[in-house]
Design a protein around this ligand. Structure first.
Ligand SMILES: [Zn+2]
Length: 684
């Protein structure tokens, strides 16, 4: 969903926080008294906790859990996702049978789901529903009609070679401005086009074959399919070469370049921005943010030097690639073969119903979410999470007040910012209005493109208006959590606040080690390398004094060094610079959760040992078992190359190795592997 991506890409810390399962997957422990919630069968007692805490906590579970054939990784998030899918499945099957009145949300979610399930209709329609989009591309006969085709496709979220949308003004957090951003490549990252190691070269060869196969499915003979694939690779490689990389994109200013009509004309003389914006339905756009000027200069050059026939080939590929999941079995299978089998190591597609539920829930987020929270998120859960968040905030406030390396002016700003953090818990107070969206039981392709068009138009309508602070950047059924720096808010959708991650009846040590650590992680994002650049109102404004920020950076350098030393089995090293923001939040989050847990015990008798573990040990074991995971080598490599979140085993061991509270809980000695002494990192 490009709209969400753009709003969120810079900053919404999509923290694949998967949670923990007290009691293990799908299993409840019934025993007299309070259950520890620790999955004791998931432990590997042959490994010492002070030698490798991840293996100690999860080795038993890993030995018993193979990766399912339709997945590239398996662990707590996937287990939660499966339950989530079953709940949503119930909702959507009921909507299909409900005979709801035309125009209601229930009719729309039921019909969308129906059209995804109707693979016979997709197979017989094939490419036919795309005829209007192909016609638009066929009509390109000069630079003007080419750019008009760019705009037409962009309004369906087909970013080729770039996307349009709205974004909050970085320097005026109350205003929404128009934005165009780099895009237009079809592999997940520019590195796939540019790196010269053997693995990257092999993937590229497979990609060329994949594109050629698509052209063959579109009707090309073999020679033309190969030639067309080469045209696509050439254009995408040029775009990749001038695209910003992942690490550069973590600096919000790298993509912030608002320009007046004169400035944009001077930068890209062959791109007619005024005509483009009008074609997108935008009038009188004073400041347009040109996300990545270098990228757009190259597009400008390509408009002049790339033959129109090549552009048309590229655009046809982009439309088909974008809609391939809707175009029938052959296209969907080919898409899976490259994007999932080759890139992530998955062996087979998930069953159709799972794909249909995911697609409907993702495209019609709040229409599905409204029913989801009624069924699966009782009001009491919201109230209790508010109390836990209050404890976490109080603990973070204590830490900020005590930090000996932070000066008073920075401390004052930090405390003001902490007090201003908004909380979005469970679901929105004001739901999205779907009345202008048409969905029926006909073509899945058309339903899909109508949703894209509707969501892009909604996005563009925000331009030049004040920011809507009631809007949610994630649906309630999203299993995730986040901090949004440009809004100074934390988001905890209903789906992440579910048993077994969060259970009011569970041992408090577990709840704090799990959901508490997640909340702490998100809160500290408000103060780190990302959040430290945004003030209490969400404006891009560094509120640290330069000296303090220098000290903060020096401390996170410790984390960067620590993670640089982690390596995959094939020798690929973790990119410390890429992951240090998330790894710093992990350490801060667990520390704050620990302090909040201690606060919650104040004035009460010390909790008893359960299952042979002290409350302190249960806190860390809860955190550890939240990170149980296995993944294919391909998926591990993909995550290591592209994701700011380190692999679970690294983020777990990397975090607790810096916590004296952990050493004490498990009586670790200085010589133990899990104990960092001189090189111990501490930030919060
Ligand atoms: Zn995070």
């Amino acid at each position: 969903m490009r709209t969400l991506n753009r709003a969120v890409a810079l900053a919404f810390a999509v923290c694949l926080f998967a949670l923990l399962a007290p009691g293990g997957v799908g299993r409840t422990q019934s025993r007299p008294g309070v259950a520890s919630g620790i999955d004791t069968t998931g432990l590997d007692r042959g490994v010492k906790p002070c030698e490798d805490f991840y293996r100690f906590a999860n080795g038993g579970w890993i030995a018993k859990n193979a990766i399912p054939a339709d997945a590239s990784s398996w662990g707590t998030p996937q287990v939660m996702r499966d339950r989530n899918l079953e709940q949503l499945h119930t909702i959507l099957e009921a909507a299909v049978k409900s005979k709801a009145a035309k125009g209601t949300n229930e009719q729309k979610i039921g019909d969308y789901y129906y059209s995804v399930m109707d693979t016979a209709a997709q197979d017989s329609a094939g490419l036919k529903p795309l005829a209007p989009w192909f016609k638009r591309i066929d009509e390109v006969n000069d630079a003007k009609t080419l750019q008009s085709a760019f705009a037409y496709l962009a309004t369906y979220n087909v970013d080729s070679p770039f996307g349009v949308g709205s974004r909050q003004d970085l320097k005026n957090s109350r205003l929404v401005i128009a934005d165009v951003s780099q895009s237009g490549i079809s592999m997940p990252d520019r590195d796939y086009y540019l790196k010269d190691d053997d693995k990257s070269k092999t993937i590229r060869e497979q990609y060329v074959k994949h594109v050629a196969k698509n052209f063959a499915l579109m009707g090309d003979d073999a020679a033309k399919a190969d030639a067309d694939a080469k045209i696509v690779i050439d254009i995408e490689t040029r775009l990749a070469r001038v695209s910003l990389g992942r690490i550069e994109q973590r600096n919000p200013m790298s993509s912030y370049h608002p320009m007046t009509a004169e400035e944009r004309k001077a930068l890209t003389p062959h791109l007619d921005w005024e005509a483009y914006l009008q074609d997108c339905g935008l009038r009188d756009v004073a400041a347009l943010n040109i996300g990545q000027p270098t990228f757009f200069k190259e597009v400008d050059a390509m408009i002049v030097d790339t033959p129109l026939a090549n552009w048309k080939t590229y655009l046809r590929w982009r439309v088909v690639n974008y809609a391939s999941g809707t175009l029938g079995t052959a296209f969907a299978q080919e898409y899976f073969d490259f994007n999932n089998r080759t890139l992530t190591g998955a062996k087979e597609q998930p069953p159709l119903w799972k794909r249909a539920v995911s697609a409907t829930s993702f495209r019609l987020g709040e229409a599905v979410g409204q029913v989801y929270v009624k069924r699966y998120f009782p009001p009491i859960a919201k109230q209790q999470i508010k109390e836990i968040i209050a404890n976490l905030k109080a603990a973070l406030r204590d830490r900020i007040q005590q930090l000996d390396w932070m000066s008073e002016p920075t401390r004052k700003q930090a405390l003001a910012k902490l007090d201003a953090i908004a909380e979005k818990i469970g679901y929105p107070d004001k739901w999205t209005d779907y009345s202008k969206l048409e969905i029926d039981r006909g073509s899945y392709t058309l339903n899909f493109l109508r949703v894209q068009h509707w969501s892009l138009e909604r996005d563009l309508e925000k331009i030049s208006k004040p920011v809507d602070h009631d809007e949610w950047l994630a649906s309630p059924q999203t299993i995730n959590a986040g901090y949004v720096p440009f809004r100074n808010e934390i988001i905890f959708p209903a789906a992440i606040l579910q048993p077994p991650l969060f259970d009011p009846a569970a041992d408090a040590a577990l709840n704090y080690g799990c959901v508490g650590a997640i909340i702490g992680h998100e809160l500290t994002h408000g103060f780190d390398d990302q959040g430290g650049q945004f003030d209490a109102e969400g404006n891009f404004k560094r509120w640290w004094t330069p000296e303090d920020y220098g000290k903060f950076q020096a401390r996170t350098q410790c984390i960067e060094n620590e993670y640089n030393a982690f390596a995959l089995d094939d020798g690929t090293h973790v990119k410390g610079k890429l992951v240090k923001g998330e790894a710093t939040a992990d350490l801060g989050g667990l520390k704050i959760a620990w302090l909040a847990y201690q606060k919650s015990l104040a004035g009460k008798p010390r909790p008893a040992d359960i299952d042979g573990f002290t409350p302190e040990q249960r806190f860390f074991l809860g955190f550890a078992q939240a990170w149980k995971a296995t993944a294919t080598p391909q998926a591990e490599l993909l995550q290591t190359n592209t994701d700011p979140h380190p692999l679970p085993r690294f983020r777990l061991n990397g975090t607790v190795a810096n916590m004296p509270e952990f050493f004490k809980a498990f009586a670790c000695g200085e010589a133990d592997k899990m104990v960092h002494t001189k090189d111990r990192c501490e930030i919060w």
